[in-house]
Design a protein around this ligand. Structure first.
Ligand code: PHE
Length: 460
């Protein structure tokens, strides 16, 4: 139980609540969502099982596990994952910090009343562009992450996760019911679920693939590390299915909620777009909490605490990947390693924190030309560039490595004995898994990467 909670906590995070809705918006919905769902089922689910089995087999963290189960040279794939975790954690912390700000803000609205008519887009822009505030918020969140890993209070966090996951789910369902009653909900559902393939380009396909890794915490060793916690009498297949289904459900619900608000409240789309859409979670929801939902004034602050906790169970797993590498491979004590890694990562968090207007040179940073377009999606600013590169390139290449390792290098006996151990559910077919991990997943990831490298972003 502890393991499922920890792994689900790692998967469910800002990827579901903050990122998926706005990239769905940027990629014009429907077709993008469909490609994402296909990637989750055909690539994400088999790789989830692969990472967990490598972890449980070796009882080690990413680098050591790959070396032991796959082969000595495969340690470098683990190192790639460590680097990925390092960069991902550095910018993820900034968004987590925003949830702290909105917790404080919505608490003050609860006490002093909601200033109706406030332009939430402007409010968001003002907070994200305030350098000192951003540094403070992300420092606070980094300290929280480091403390959890430092004091080894994973157990405590798991206990919290047990409580907060159902509450988060409950609030989301309540918000969903309110949102579906709004005038724009039909348009929102059409936008999200009616595919229009004319709007889809190669870059969107890569983004959907990349996000399926991001949201499931795959491609960088986090699930290998967590796999080492699964007990022998627990089914890896069942656990993977639970994590994948819950994660996808939460992302879709969050998206329906946010788009219903955007399509219902006049001017909301301009407020969201005015900040380049990254603020969607923090711009559209306050409106819902404070004007639509019964008891919303109380649920608002509670919701933002839950967002922060959901982020914390993800940042915990990211820091764990980096710190456990330093602990296991450089023989440094846990306390020291955690502080050291947390400190060095925070230096990069600073760059991400001042990417939203506080420091112009970093906000406007851009790599032009074909390479900039390919690797950074034409994104401007340190934050956007780092996120694009990690999600679209680092995670998929890491994931590709894992499919090749699990499908072609690790023996059939080993993978079979881990997945088919008498605890697996009736619907599971080992032959199908092996087919997906050997052919479908690597070919899909490889083809998408090659298509973007050689043929650019559009299909036309
Ligand atoms: N899955 C997390 C989210 O959706 C992010 C994450 C990625 C966490 C990779 C750990 C490893 O927010």
């Amino acid at each position: 139980m502890g393991f499922i909670l920890a792994a689900t906590g790692s998967a469910i995070g800002l990827g579901n609540l903050w990122k998926f809705p706005f990239i769905t918006w940027e990629n014009d919905g429907g077709a993008f969502v469909l490609v994402y769902l296909v990637c989750i089922a055909a690539v994400g689910l088999p790789i989830m099982m692969a990472e967990l089995l490598v972890g449980r087999k070796s009882q080690k963290s990413a680098v050591g596990a790959l070396k032991e189960v796959v082969g000595p040279l495969w340690g470098s794939l683990g190192l790639w994952g460590v680097l990925c975790g390092f960069v991902l954690l550095s910018y993820y912390t900034v968004i987590a910090g925003w949830s702290l700000y909105y917790f404080a803000k919505s608490s003050s609205w609860l006490i002093n009343g909601f200033p109706t008519g406030t332009n939430m887009g402007d409010l968001f822009g003002a907070q994200s562009g305030n350098g000192a505030l951003q540094l403070g918020l992300s420092l606070a969140f980094s300290i929280a992450t480091v403390s959890v890993v430092y004091f080894g209070v994973q157990k405590g966090i798991e206990r919290i996760a047990k409580l907060f996951l159902p509450v988060l789910f409950g609030i989301l369902v309540l918000l969903l019911i309110s949102a579906l009653g709004m005038s724009g909900s039909g348009e929102a559902l059409r936008f999200i679920f009616r595919p229009n393939f004319a709007e889809l380009d190669r870059a969107s396909v890569l983004e959907a693939l990349g996000h399926s890794f991001f949201t499931l915490s795959l491609g960088m060793g986090a699930m290998i590390t967590y796999g080492s916690y699964i007990s022998k009498n627990q089914s890896i297949v069942k656990a993977s299915a639970i994590i994948v289904v819950l994660d996808t459900l939460i992302a879709l619900i969050a998206t329906v909620i946010m788009f219903s608000v955007i399509f219902s409240v006049p001017g909301m789309d301009q407020q969201v777009s005015g900040t380049g859409t990254v603020g969607m979670l923090f711009i559209s929801l306050p409106e819902l909490f404070f004007t639509e939902v019964p008891f919303g004034q109380v649920l608002g602050p509670l919701f933002y605490v839950l967002v922060a906790l959901a982020a914390l169970t993800s940042t915990m797993s990211l820091l764990e990947v980096v710190a456990s590498y330093v602990i296991d491979n450089h023989g440094i004590a846990r306390n020291k390693a955690t502080l050291m890694c947390g400190g060095v990562i925070f230096l990069f968090t600073i760059l991400a924190a001042v990417s939203f207007g506080a420091v112009p040179a970093i906000t406007d940073l851009q790599l032009g030309g074909a390479l900039g377009d390919m690797f950074f999606g034409g994104k401007v600013g340190w934050f956007g560039m780092a996120d694009h590169f990690v999600s679209n390139w680092m995670l998929p290449t890491g994931g590709l490595g894992i499919t090749i390792a699990a499908g072609w290098v690790v023996s059939r006996e080993i993978t079979k004995s881990e997945l088919v151990d008498g605890t697996q559910p009736g619907w599971f077919s080992y032959g199908a898994w092996r087919f997906f991990i050997r052919y479908v997943a690597p070919v899909a990831v490889g083809a998408i990467l090659i298509a973007v490298i050689f043929f650019g972003r559009d299909f036309s």
